[in-house]
Design a protein around this ligand. Structure first.
Ligand code: CTP
Ligand code: CA
Length: 261
């Protein structure tokens, strides 16, 4: 249901949002995936719709319970996708008809080179763990930036782990609040990583958030740092994923206005 506070500043704006995480098949029953729930992207889609946008949401493996937030919003069209390749062709097909593209999906960087036609069975190679050969997936976002239409605002997301040298064997250390001796301040590191990624992607805005073993994915809350094309902090948003989505859309609206004037 549209919020009575909706400001309507996206009235008539067509917004493409990608969300969730792609899954790359290994065999008919297994895949390589990631922990993205799709909640932040779904919150962006809902908020944009409530502000008047016509939204296409490319939903990569998002749970029905998460998509339920979009029920009763006829201005959001949900298109399910599975793999990075499916997301890429759907995104390329939809991007031409959008003034705003928000790429919140966690895209698998690699896919399995040879997908097994039948289930891989231990019986076929007893005691021998298989080795998966991976190949890099295309960077969908970079492709969209390359083919962007005039005036289109393109937003990337970056989930980064910060804090140097902590092994994956120590999941609890990941969320340590203070840098140790010789370590970089995590907030500085997040900003630096974000700026490097921004430069590589060529997007108008990059929404950066810190993730770790215990932060960012399943939670309802989020904290985002939004960088503009010059690497300046356009806004910082903390709160529910919906509240964070509203602040991100404020920054998108400002970009849209700047491009129109
Ligand atoms: N992205 C994409 N296609 C890919 C990988 C990433 O479109 N093959 C997009 C994501 O949707 C996100 C942005 O690029 O909006 C940044 O994703 P991220 O994984 O942080 O960047 P990578 O370039 O893959 O760098 P990293 O090595 O840190 O994963
Ligand atoms: Ca990646």
């Amino acid at each position: 249901p549209a919020s009575p506070l909706a400001s309507g500043d996206f009235e008539g704006v067509r917004v493409l949002v990608t969300a969730g995480g792609t899954r790359e098949p290994i065999d008919p029953v297994r895949y390589l995936g990631n922990r993205s729930s799709g909640r932040q992207g779904v919150a962006v889609a809902a908020a944009a719709a409530d502000r008047g946008a016509k939204v296409v949401l490319l939903a990569a493996n998002i749970d029905e319970s998460v998509l339920a937030e979009l029920r009763d919003r006829p201005s959001v069209r949900v298109v399910p996708v599975g793999t990075a390749a499916e997301l890429e062709s759907a995104a390329r097909a939809a991007a031409g008809g959008a003034e705003v593209v928000i790429m919140a999906a966690a895209v698998a960087d690699y896919r399995v080179a040879e997908v097994a036609e039948h289930k891989i069975r231990k019986e076929d190679a007893p005691g021998q763990a298989p080795t998966l050969r991976l190949v890099e997936n295309p960077d969908i976002l970079v492709g969209l930036v390359r083919e962007r239409r005039p005036g289109q605002v393109i937003v990337g997301f970056a989930a980064e782990t910060v804090g140097a040298g902590r092994g994956h064997s120590e999941p609890d250390a990941e969320d340590a609040a203070f840098p140790g001796p010789g370590e970089e301040d995590p907030a500085e590191e997040l900003l630096e990583r974000g700026r490097r990624k921004l430069a590589r992607k060529g997007v108008d805005l990059l929404a950066v958030n810190a993730v770790g073993w215990n932060a960012g994915f399943e939670s309802a809350e989020n904290a985002l740092l939004v960088l503009d094309a010059d690497g300046r902090v356009a806004c910082e948003a903390t709160g529910t994923k919906r509240a964070v989505a509203e602040r991100l859309l404020d920054a998108v609206r400002d970009e849209l206005r700047a491009l129109r004037h």
